[in-house]
Each structure stands twice: as structure tokens, then as C-alpha cells.
Design a protein around this ligand. Structure first.
Ligand code: BG6
Length: 475
């Protein structure tokens, strides 16, 4: 059984559910120029907003205008917290303004007040895949050190404004996605960066990552000064990589591949670069601009907890070779192979609840900090029939993952702050831009092309999760 004040909640991200992309003075973000794709068809990043293209995040599920009704449903479900993000472009529409946009600040005041009134604690990510498009186009995103200061300023403004409403913060969502440089959407959404012809993508990525890690550490320092009671975490995607066999070559291949997963959290938590990364820079001849003053900032701005998403596991085999282009499922691993012991979702994501317990133990042993599962969920096609959605498979997926987390807490002694399943209400998929890849316990009548009434319906998982929260776990 988890502790009494365990944060059972739901997770969302501003750009995937708010809509209102140009309302209240909001500026365009990097996500507002991403078209819809589908499983196996990549989303396109257009240079401007083109009139004949469909950009699903611009309207999303229109929480911007419907937030009171949606929050009432979250309260009915019994959520103790809601993990969401602040759209940087509502606060600084272009990113480099001298003053913030009051209408944007007021919107989040209203949302947080409504949540708190309903007994739901906001858990906030500062940047979830949506830096201002202007910073990406005119400054080169996080390639440019000026963007560190723009981010720090944004962080300061929101920390000051919401210091009495929000306690749990995270800096950058899934900052480690960009380690997969084979798929352009990751560097673009994490950092506002596109790799140019002739550049070494990995070297660019490490430079951008460095600037972003410094920005994150600065934000932690600023936040702690404003309110020492803040709990500020990092947020990484954790996809454990298993060795294919007990062949020592597979074990070592997995060990090396896992470093790519740990790199960002290693710096966030330890406040310094791990030796394996410094050796890689040296070996590959990467010339990364890391200044002395940055090292001091990294050291001073370490995180209080590790937030992470968990959806699946992967496998590597030392002698396997893949076409890694655009392969989200194996995380761009050249030697990734399928796991013959487990099944996958329709989108090819391996379903592995035991892997969650494994991950919790690994992260806790490595960092000795409280953990927070801020995303986990089952993306699937749901059928609405007579106002009902029977999503037993989702219930089964989530039950098994909750069972695994309970075991990690009860049996292994992992310190876990909470669990916020992804997409508590249906929203736009990040990797594909689809609506039909649904995660929610609340169904939203909207399709991939933007048709539908936008009406909300409770799925079977709604009542099931309410019961879980009421019982403080599975009974
Ligand atoms: C995580 C992201 O990668 O996984 C979310 O933080 C995302 O933004 C979620 O939506 C699920 O991915 P997808 O592509 O199925 O929406």
C-alpha cells in the first residue's frame, strides 16, 4: 500500500489539450507548425503556418475554453493532482519580450484556482515540447546561449506568480528524447533545433543539451530562492533497455545503450557530467562549449526528485543491425530487436508492467531521490457506442502497472511521490498528431481530421480509476 498522501492524478501537456493556440495573445510555438501524421507516417515540420495544412494541436480538445467543465470531471474522478504544463508562448509569445503577457498569466491563475478549489494539486512542467517558434527560428533554439536566459526569465516570472499555488515543478519534459537524433521531431520539440546538412547531429545535440541542462539548473536555483519549499524535479522518458541474452556481448551492449537513457538525469541529479560522456566527447572529437561558470550552475541547481514517463521497454542484441530512421519504438537503437516475451500495442509499444518495477528500482538505486511516475498509459483505438466506451484493455494495462508500482513501494522500499497516468482525457498524440491514439479515461468526440462535437464521455476506466484512488491503490 502506498503512503496516505500519495499523489494519484492524471497527466496532460498544454499543447496537446489546451487548443486556443492564438487566444489571449499567445504566440506560435514549435508544435504549432507540426502537421498530423499517423502510425508509420511522420509529422511534417513546416516553416510557416500553411493555410491548406492541418495542425491538430492548434485546437486540440479546446480545454482553453472548456476548462471548468473538464476540471469538474477530474474532480469527480477524485484526482488528487493534475500534471500539466504552462505554454511558454502564453507568457512570452515570442520569447524575447521585456514583459510577460498578462492574459496568459491570468489564464493559469484561473486554471490553478479552479483545480485547487476542487481539491486537485497542480503539478507543473515548465516546458513540455513548446518553445516559442520565434526563439527557434530567429535564435536557433537552444543552440544559442541567449535562450538560456530567456528560459530563466520565463521560469522566474511563473515561479513568482504561482508560488503559493504550485509546489511540485519539473523543468523540461522528456529532455532525453533528443538523444535519438534520427528523428527530427525530438530535437525540434525539445530544443527548437533542426540539424543542418553537413552537421554532426550528435555533436549538435550534446551542445544543445548542455545549454538546456544549464537552463534547467538555473531555473532550479531561481525557484528555490523564490520559495524554498518548492520541489523541483527533472523529467525523463525512461525506456529500460534489456540485453537480448546472457551473452556478455549483449549485456555490455545494453549497458552502453542504457547510458544514453541515463545521461540527462545523471547531470540533473549529480550536477556534473558522467565520465562516460566526457570520454565520448573526447573519443568522437566533439567540441562542446562548456564554460567554467556552467559547471558551477550545474552543481548548484540539482533537482529534488526524478519525474519520469514509463510506457515500454526495449531490447538490444550486440550483433543486430537496424534501419533506425524514424523508428520511435526502438528509440533509434541501431541494435534494437523485438522482445519475444511480451506483446505490443497497435502502435508497436511493448507492454511490460514488470519493466516499471525494474525501472523504479534502477532509478532509485542510482539516484537515491524520490521518484514520481508522471506518465504511463495505453494508447489505443476506442469505440464510442451509445455514449459508452468499454476500455477493459486499458484497465488491465493500468492495473498491472499499478500492481508493479505497489510492489516497488511495498516490497522494494522505493520512495514514490505519485502516479499520473498519461492523457487522463483524450488528447492529441505527440508522436503522430492523431486523436485516434487515445489514452484517456474521458472520451472526447473528435477525430484525426478535426471533426466531431468535442463532447466528453466517461469511459469504463473512469469509474475504475476513481475506485483505485478512493482505495489508495488496488485492493
Ligand atoms: C510522452 C510525452 O512521450 O509520451 C507526451 O511526454 C506524449 O507528450 C506521450 O503524448 C505519449 O506519446 P504519444 O506519441 O502516444 O502521444
Amino acid at each position: 500500500m502506498v503512503q496516505k498522501d500519495f499523489l494519484w492524478g492524471g497527466a496532460l501537456a498544454a499543447h496537446q489539450f489546451e487548443g486556443g493556440w492564438d487566444a489571449g495573445g499567445k504566440g506560435p510555438s514549435v508544435i504549432d507548425v507540426m502537421t498530423a501524421g499517423e502510425h508509420g507516417v511522420a509529422r511534417e515540420i513546416t516553416s510557416t503556418i500553411e493555410a491548406d495544412k492541418f495542425y491538430p494541436n492548434q485546437v486540440a480538445i479546446d480545454f482553453y475554453h472548456e476548462y471548468k467543465k473538464d476540471i469538474a470531471l477530474f474532480a469527480e474522478m477524485g484526482l488528487k493532482c493534475l500534471r500539466t504544463s504552462i505554454a511558454w508562448t502564453r507568457i512570452f509569445p515570442k520569447g524575447d519580450e521585456a514583459k510577460p503577457n498578462e492574459a496568459g498569466l491570468k489564464f493559469y491563475d484561473d486554471v490553478f484556482d479552479e483545480l485547487l478549489k476542487n481539491g486537485i494539486e497542480p503539478v507543473i512542467t515548465l516546458s513540455h515540447f513548446e518553445m516559442p517558434l520565434h526563439l527557434a527560428r530567429e535564435y536557433g533554439g537552444f543552440r544559442n546561449r541567449q535562450v538560456i536566459d530567456f528560459f530563466a526569465k520565463f521560469a522566474k516570472v511563473v515561479f513568482e506568480r504561482y508560488q503559493d499555488k504550485v509546489k511540485y515543478w519539473m523543468t523540461f519534459n522528456e529532455i532525453n528524447n533528443q538523444m535519438d537524433v534520427n528523428n527530427p521531431i525530438f530535437l525540434w520539440t525539445n530544443s527548437g533545433v533542426l540539424v543542418e546538412e553537413g552537421e554532426n547531429a550528435k555533436e549538435v545535440m550534446y551542445q544543445v543539451a548542455h545549454n538546456e541542462l544549464v537552463a534547467s539548473a538555473k531555473a532550479v536555483m531561481i525557484g528555490k530562492e523564490i520559495n524554498p519549499a518548492f520541489q523541483i524535479g527533472c523529467m525523463v522518458s525512461h525506456v529500460p533497455i534489456y540485453p537480448y541474452s546472457c551473452n556478455p556481448a549483449d549485456i555490455m551492449a545494453a549497458e552502453e545503450a542504457n547510458r544514453q537513457r541515463f545521461f540527462f538525469a545523471d547531470v540533473h541529479v549529480r550536477g556534473k557530467y558522467p565520465n562516460y560522456a566526457l570520454k565520448e566527447f573526447e573519443r568522437e572529437g566533439y567540441n562542446i562549449d562548456i564554460r567554467l561558470e556552467d559547471l558551477a550552475v550545474l552543481k548548484a541547481g540539482t533537482v529534488d526528485y526524478v519525474g519520469f514517463s514509463y510506457y515500454m521497454s526495449t531490447v538490444v542484441k550486440a550483433d543486430a543491425r537496424n534501419d533506425v530512421d524514424n523508428n520511435i519504438v526502438n528509440g533509434g537503437l541501431a541494435n534494437g530487436v523485438e522482445n519475444p516475451h511480451i506483446q505490443s500495442t497497435d502502435w508497436g509499444w511493448a507492454i511490460d508492467p514488470e519493466g516499471l518495477r525494474f525501472t523504479l528500482n534502477r532509478l532509485y538505486d542510482r539516484y537515491q531521490l524520490p521518484l514520481f511516475i508522471v506518465e504511463n498509459g495505453f494508447g489505443a483505438i476506442d469505440e464510442l457506442e451509445n455514449g459508452k466506451v468499454h476500455d477493459e484493455t486499458r484497465i488491465e494495462y493500468l492495473s498491472k502497472h499499478i500492481e508493479a508500482l505497489e510492489k516497488a513501494v511495498d516490497y522494494d522500499g522505493v520512495e514514490l511521490l505519485g502516479y499520473t497516468p498519461w492523457g487522463i482525457i483524450d488528447l492529441v498524440s505527440f508522436t503522430t498528431g492523431e486523436m485516434k491514439k487515445r489514452y484517456g479515461m474521458i472520451y472526447v468526440d473528435r477525430d484525426n481530421a478535426g471533426n466531431g462535437t468535442m463532447q466528453r464521455y466517461k469511459k469504463d476506466s473512469f469509474a475504475w480509476y476513481r475506485q483505485v484512488i478512493e482505495n489508495n491503490g488496488l485492493k
